[in-house]
Design a binder for this molecule. Structure first.
Ligand code: G3P
Length: 217
């Protein structure tokens, strides 16, 4: 399973890319709205930093608008993936954009039926939102597993991005469920490194080394 960052913050992306673990980035209008710069500038900067799929979302809800916005976003860089919500007009736009070689990530997926529709329309990626399902008392990870099983069983050419990841426990859970990609906030990615025994182990190694140095001198 690949790891993507779910952010539009350049500082976070720059720091995470230095760790060598990031294969792509996803953004959405809420994340972009938190940043000061205009979105096209942000998108270009992300593409300069990360050599992998970068999802950027359309704002229109009508077919013509989505196609126009999608083409403009895709023109920013070859790695841009157009993000479109799972609505009927959106699937029309997915069909058109994918036939032009533009990859689409269908977002706001909350059911296996929605994922199947998106994959049939030609989506390269589908994004089930697991945290938001957990929020309403469902188990988001189960949806990821169902979608992956359907894609495998019917040999659909579509990757599953487990999105709306809220904590570190979500990450191995979606990896075991077969997600191709997990996209997560910077905070969660950073927490993945942490274990108290790692900190304690480093402290002990350094202390033992210092003691040994003392006894030699
Ligand atoms: O990629 C979708 C993700 O950003 C949604 O996350 O935490 O707003 O549910 P969240």
């Amino acid at each position: 399973m690949k790891l993507y960052l779910d952010t539009a913050n350049i500082d976070e992306i720059r720091e995470a890319t230095q760790w060598g673990v990031i294969s792509g980035v996803t953004t959405n209008p809420s994340l972009a709205a938190k940043e000061d710069e205009d979105f096209n500038t942000i998108l270009s900067s992300i593409c300069d930093l990360v050599d992998g799929p970068i999802s950027a979302e359309v704002l229109s809800l009508e077919y013509e608008g989505m196609v126009k916005e999608g083409r403009a976003l895709a023109a920013v860089h070859k790695n841009v993936v157009v993000k479109i919500p799972i609505i009927p007009e959106g699937m029309r736009a997915v069909k058109t954009l994918s036939s032009e070689g533009i990859r689409v990530n269908v977002t706001l997926i909350f059911s296996a039926n929605q994922a199947l529709l998106a994959a049939r329309a030609g989506a390269a990626f589908v994004s089930p939102f697991i945290g938001r399902l957990d929020d309403i008392g469902h188990t988001g990870v189960n949806l990821v597993r169902d979608i992956v099983d359907i894609i495998d069983l019917h040999d659909l050419d579509c990757e599953v991005i487990a999105a709306s990841i809220r904590h570190t426990e979500h990450v191995p859970a979606v990896a075991l469920a077969g997600a191709h990609i997990a996209t997560m906030p910077f905070k969660v990615l950073k927490q993945m490194f942490k274990h108290p025994l790692t900190d304690l182990g480093i402290e002990n190694f350094l202390n033992d080394w210092k003691k040994a140095e003392k006894s030699l001198s």
